[in-house]
Each structure stands twice: as structure tokens, then as C-alpha cells.
Design a protein around this ligand. Structure first.
Ligand code: NAP
Length: 252
């Protein structure tokens, strides 16, 4: 592995690292030398597999169950990271869910579930992590947002609002903690080949892919590489930014 974008001796926490994009980020960071905490909520076996894969390749990793929409559990997750590896350099707020429905039919519970899992979780984990990063005067926070938060998506008022909220949160926190050498950036993926897309009717997905100039879904590894860039020393002068990794879909 080249020394460019090295994460050697860094300690990373990836929320929702058990599957999909989070899994790819955990593997990419570990391959670049970081010790990684793989957070999961409902998929212990998948999380353990990610940990095993990292350890088999000679890396350091540990899994930890926490529902990051709950502040106390997010705090426990950050504490676990500090205890297990002795620090926290990089937080990736990746955990997320969808509960798609037209607003007329959307139950209030589905609004709350999505806002809590996707947006409140970012507040919860960032608040707990920033406390440590401020003392260390260094840190990286990377939020996995979505093109839905930039462009909006019919049937996704809850999801789009949560992702738009993440983007605004990214900018506000970036200004707040910049003096302490902590950067906060967001990635806005387009359609990426993970289980989250299974909730979408195939014909809707097919129609949506027609809006992607590069004409295909993204791969989780393509998002993971962008996250490694934001996490690296090379990105030290970049903060408050939103990087679209979307095949050209949004072009903000
Ligand atoms: P995915 O395959 O469904 O994986 C979601 C991950 O989030 C799982 O590891 C899941 O863990 C975890 N998770 C969900 N709720 C959680 C909670 N309350 N606490 C802790 N972990 C939780 O989805 P994905 O496609 O990889 O999505 C990852 C992120 O990328 C999400 O924020 C999503 O909005 C964003 N994104 C995805 C796409 C796409 O096309 N795939 C596009 C734009 C943005 P468990 O299984 O252990 O519960």
C-alpha cells in the first residue's frame, strides 16, 4: 500500500460498519493502517465478519453494538473506542435507514425513525467524539449524506430532510471546531449497490438510473475511497465541504 492517504496509527469509528457502505469504509480504513471500531445495531454476525476479515489481513478491529439514534448508546460507543484502542481520530457517521412513503401516507413514526437514525445519530456521535477531539486538538468527522439531501426525492421527505440536515450540520460544526484543527466534511452518494436499494421498486430504480450521467450504480468501495481521502492528512485543509460521489447525478 502506498503511503499516500495513509491512515497508519489512526483510530477510526464507523457507525453502521456491519454492512454496505460502512463495511466498505471499515475495510478501506483498515487496509490503510487504521484500527477500526465496527459499530452495528441489528447485525452482529455481519459486524463480526468485517472484524474477522480485517484481523485476518493483519489489521486491528473490534465490533460494538449500539443504536446510535440513542444518545447514551452513542456515548457508550465512543467510550468503547477510547478504551479499546486508546483514542479516536476519525468518526464516520454512516449509519442510516429509509422508510419511504408519500407524505399523505407516511406514519409519524416513520418520520421520527428516519430523523433519529440518520440525523440525531450524527449529533449524538459527534457530540461524544468532539469532546475527545477538542482536547487532542485534532480530528476528522465524515458524514455520509446523500444526493437526496441536495436534490430531494419524492417519497423521501423524511430521508431527504435527514440528509439535508446532515449537510447543514456538517457546515455548522466545521465552523465551530475548525480552530481546534478538527475537520468536518460530508459525502453525498448517489445510488450505491447495497441492501438499502432493495427497498426501492426495481422500475423506480431503473428510471432513477437514467438520471445518472455515468449510467450505473456506484460501488460501496467508491464511497469508501472518498472517505479515506477526507480522513487523510492530505485533506487537512478541507472542511465544511460536501463531495458528491454520484456518477454526476447532482452537480451542485
Ligand atoms: P445498508 O446496507 O442498509 O446498511 C446500513 C447500515 O447502517 C447497517 O450497517 C446498519 O447496521 C446500520 N444502522 C442502521 N441504523 C442504525 C442504528 N440506529 N444504529 C447503528 N447502526 C445502524 O445501507 P447503505 O447503503 O450502506 O447506507 C449507508 C449510509 O449511506 C446511510 O447513511 C445511507 O443513507 C447512505 N446512502 C446510501 C446510498 C445508497 O444508494 N446505498 C445513497 C446515498 C446515501 P445493522 O444492520 O447492524 O442494524
Amino acid at each position: 500500500m502506498s503511503t499516500i492517504l495513509s491512515l497508519e496509527n489512526k483510530i477510526a469509528l464507523v457507525t453502521g460498519g456491519s454492512r454496505g457502505i460502512g463495511r466498505a469504509i471499515a475495510l478501506e480504513f483498515a487496509a490503510r493502517g487504521a484500527a477500526v471500531v465496527v459499530n452495528y445495531n441489528k447485525s452482529p454476525e455481519a459486524a463480526e465478519k468485517v472484524v474477522e476479515q480485517i484481523q485476518t489481513a493483519g489489521g486491528k478491529a473490534a465490533a460494538f453494538q449500539a443504536d446510535v439514534s440513542d444518545f447514551k448508546q452513542a456515548e457508550a460507543l465512543v467510550k468503547f473506542t477510547l478504551d479499546a484502542f486508546g483514542g479516536l481520530d476519525i468518526l464516520v457517521n454512516n449509519a442510516g435507514i429509509t422508510r419511504d412513503q408519500l407524505i399523505m401516507l407516511m406514519p409519524e413514526a416513520d418520520w421520527d425513525a428516519v430523523i433519529n437514525a440518520n440525523l440525531k445519530s450524527v449529533f449524538n456521535c459527534s457530540k461524544a467524539a468532539v469532546k475527545h477531539m477538542m482536547k487532542k486538538r485534532a480530528g476528522r468527522i465524515i458524514n455520509i449524506a446523500s444526493v437526496a439531501g441536495q436534490m430531494g426525492n419524492p417519497g423521501q421527505t423524511n430521508y431527504s430532510a435527514s440528509k439535508g440536515g446532515q449537510i447543514a450540520f456538517t457546515k455548522a460544526l466545521a465552523r465551530e471546531v475548525a480552530a481546534r484543527n478538527i475537520t468536518v466534511n460530508a459525502i453525498a452518494p448517489g445510488f450505491v449497490d447495497t441492501e438499502i436499494l432493495n427497498a426501492m421498486p426495481p422500475e423506480t430504480l431503473e428510471a432513477a438510473l437514467k438520471l445518472v450521467p455515468l449510467g450505473r450504480k456506484g460501488r460501496p468501495e467508491e464511497i469508501a475511497f472518498a472517505a479515506a481521502f477526507f480522513a487523510s492528512e492530505e485533506a487537512a485543509y478541507i472542511t465544511g465541504q460536501v463531495l458528491g460521489v454520484d456518477g454526476g447525478m447532482a452537480m451542485m
